[in-house]
Each structure stands twice: as structure tokens, then as C-alpha cells.
Design a binder for this molecule. Structure first.
Ligand code: FDA
Length: 302
């Protein structure tokens, strides 16, 4: 049912029309359509003792012109973020910068963002997308690393069968890894299909990162895994400032607050922009209960 709904043009039209209105249902997960709305949200998160990462939504652009426009927009946004005085930390996707069209263009676009970002002390995280782009994303990351950019990090997905290997590859570089379970539907040839297998891989990789990684980000809302991470860090004498937890805007605020109160570093990923629909649908797909809250909103508007 979810797959059907997610492909429905009617749902997309409804969501675009109502989702981001004042108190619209998409606002639970999306900070706004403009950078100024995102900055407002960022300020309230900082006031709660949270760290943040801003993500200007967009993915799978279809032309080189659009990819270059996204890079220009990111550069402009870093100036706005700097002027606002909030934390300088952004996340981006390489299909937004043209990796699916031309690798060299994508590298150029990323460089155009990273050069000013480096001068102005921004940290830039490269999100991990679906498996057609896993190896390409890692290679682009390594290219930029070889060009001496160190203000960058990468995300790896526990659900993929290849991730233990990729983790070692990133640990050898000394790169900062954000560990996530993985948000894309992938076939059994490349990914675990059972939640228990993904969770077991996540725990194994969390330990590898805490032992051998560089300031890893444990990005999950899974309470059991967070508990396991806390216990492992305590057992190994790993201080709270040697790693951070990360969560998504709108998900488990209670847990975010509890971790901050317990003295952990918690970063919230704050997505914004007009291209919010694919991101929003991934959040809905993760939890059937979320679908009902969209359906209820649709009933109210009818
Ligand atoms: P799991 O799905 O098992 O959920 C555990 C609990 O968290 C649930 O029981 C529920 O309470 C809560 N929860 C999880 N998702 C929820 C939702 N949508 N709504 C309400 N409650 C929810 N993925 C990717 O492929 N590439 C990437 O680059 C990133 N980047 C990224 C950054 C950050 C900071 C986070 C936290 C996550 C990502 N992800 C991602 C998404 C990630 O792969 C994964 O899809 C989600 O985090 C959900 O998985 P959990 O680890 O929370 O576990």
C-alpha cells in the first residue's frame, strides 16, 4: 500500500499544496522551504543544547545546469548561515551535484562548495544515497580527500553487505563516518533484508567506529542501539566528546533531550528547501504510523 501511495501523483499534489502550510503535516520533518525558516528552527535547537546540520534538500537532478545551480545555491547558503551565526555544518547529496550525469562535473561542483566552506570553517557531510551511487560517492569523497579537504565526512549504511569493508576503508583514511541503517529499498544481492541483520551489523560497525574511527556519528533513533553504544563507550573508557549521536529533525525529540541531559553530544539533521517531497516520503515509509497522520491530514482538508 505504501509503495502505491508513494507513487501516487494525487498524494504528491496534495502534499505540495497543504504539507508546508503553517502547521502543515510535512513541517514535522521539514524545517521550512527557505533558509530563513531553517535558521529559525536551528536557533531553537541550539537553545535546547543540540548541535545541528543543515541540509538543503534536492536530489537526482537531471541536467548539468541544475547541478551547477545547486552548487551555487549551496555556496550562497553557507554565506547566509555564517551571517546568522549558527553552527557551520551542512549535509548534501551528490546526485544533487550531478554524480548521475557526469562524475567530473560533480567533483567540480563539490570543490566549489568545499573551498569557501574550508576557509569559513564549515563541516560538510556527504549523505549516502542508493546503491547505484555507493562506490561513486566513496570515490568522489576520496578524490576530495586527496585534494587535502579535511572538512568533510561521509555516511555509511549498515544495511549494505559491503559496509564492513567500506568502514575499514574510511577508518584507514581517518575520515569521519556517520553510521546510518539505510533509508533506501535495496535488493537482497546487496543488502540485508531483515531488520535483525541490519541491527546486528549496525552494532558491530558502531564498535569498529568507536574503537578505530575518527569522531564517529552514531545516527539512529533506535533506543536499544543507543543504549548499547553508551555501554560500549563506557566500558572502553571512550569519552563523550570523542563521538556524537545524530537524529533527524522531528524524530524522537524526547530521546534527543535525554541524551543532552546525560551529557552526550547530539546533532539534529535539519532538512529544508522546496524539494522536500522525496525526503518526506522516506520518513513516512520508515514508520507505518506516519502514514496515518498524513491520511488524517488529507481527510481534514477534504
Ligand atoms: P529504526 O528504523 O529501527 O527506528 C528506530 C525507532 O526510531 C523507531 O522505533 C521509531 O521510534 C523511531 N523512528 C525511526 N524513523 C522514524 C520516522 N521516520 N518517524 C518517526 N519515528 C521514527 N539514510 C541514508 O540512507 N543515507 C543517509 O545519508 C542518511 N542520513 C541520515 C542522517 C541522520 C542524522 C539520521 C538520524 C538518519 C539518516 N539516514 C540516512 C536515515 C537512516 O538510514 C534511517 O532510515 C533512519 O534513521 C531510521 O532508522 P533508525 O536508525 O532510526 O532505526
Amino acid at each position: 500500500m505504501f509503495t502505491l501511495l508513494s507513487r501516487s501523483a494525487g498524494l504528491k499534489k496534495f502534499a505540495s499544496q497543504y504539507g508546508m502550510r503553517q502547521n502543515g503535516f510535512a513541517r514535522r520533518f521539514i524545517a521550512g522551504e527557505t533558509i530563513h525558516e531553517a535558521i529559525e528552527v536551528a536557533r531553537t535547537l541550539q537553545a535546547r543544547g543540540l548541535l545541528l546540520a543543515l541540509d538543503y534538500l534536492g536530489e537526482s537532478v537531471s541536467t548539468i545546469a541544475k547541478a551547477s545551480a545547486a552548487a551555487r545555491e549551496y555556496t550562497r547558503l553557507t554565506e547566509v548561515i555564517e551571517a546568522a551565526g549558527i553552527e557551520r555544518n551542512i549535509s548534501l547529496k551528490l546526485t544533487q551535484l550531478g554524480i548521475a550525469i557526469d562524475r567530473a562535473t560533480c567533483v567540480d561542483n563539490l570543490r566549489r562548495i568545499l573551498e569557501p566552506a574550508k576557509r569559513h570553517n564549515f563541516f560538510v557531510r556527504i549523505d549516502m544515497e542508493n546503491t547505484p551511487y555507493t562506490e561513486a560517492t566513496l570515490q568522489v569523497f576520496e578524490t576530495l580527500w586527496q585534494l587535502d579537504f579535511r572538512n568533510i565526512g561521509i555516511a555509511l549504511q549498515s544495511m549494505l553487505l559491503r559496509t564492513d569493508q567500506d568502514l575499514r576503508r574510511m577508518n584507514e583514511l581517518g575520515a569521519r563516518v556517520r553510521l546510518v541503517k539505510g533509508a533506501y529499498k535495496e535488493p537482497a544481492s546487496v543488502a540485508f533484508q531483515q531488520k535483525a541483520d541490519v541491527d546486528a551489523a549496525y552494532v558491530r560497525q558502531m564498535r569498529l567506529l568507536l574503537d578505530h574511527g575518527t569522531y564517529p556519528a552514531i545516527a539512529t533513533h533506535d533506543e536499544a542501539i543507543i543504549k548499547e553504544t553508551r555501554a560500549y563507550a563506557a566500558e572502553r573508557g571512550i569519552a563523550n566528546d570523542r563521538f556524537e549521536f545524530q537524529m533527524l529533525y522531528g524524530v524522537r525529540r524526547d530521546l534527543q533531550n535525554q541524551l543532552v541531559a546525560a551529557g552526550y553530544r547530539v546533532r539534529v539533521y535539519v532538512p529544508f528547501g522546496q524539494e522536500w517531497y522525496p525526503y518526506f516520503m522516506r520518513r513516512i515509509g520508515e514508520r507505518p504510523a506516519n502514514l496515518w497522520f498524513v491520511i488524517r491530514a488529507m481527510m481534514r482538508e477534504k
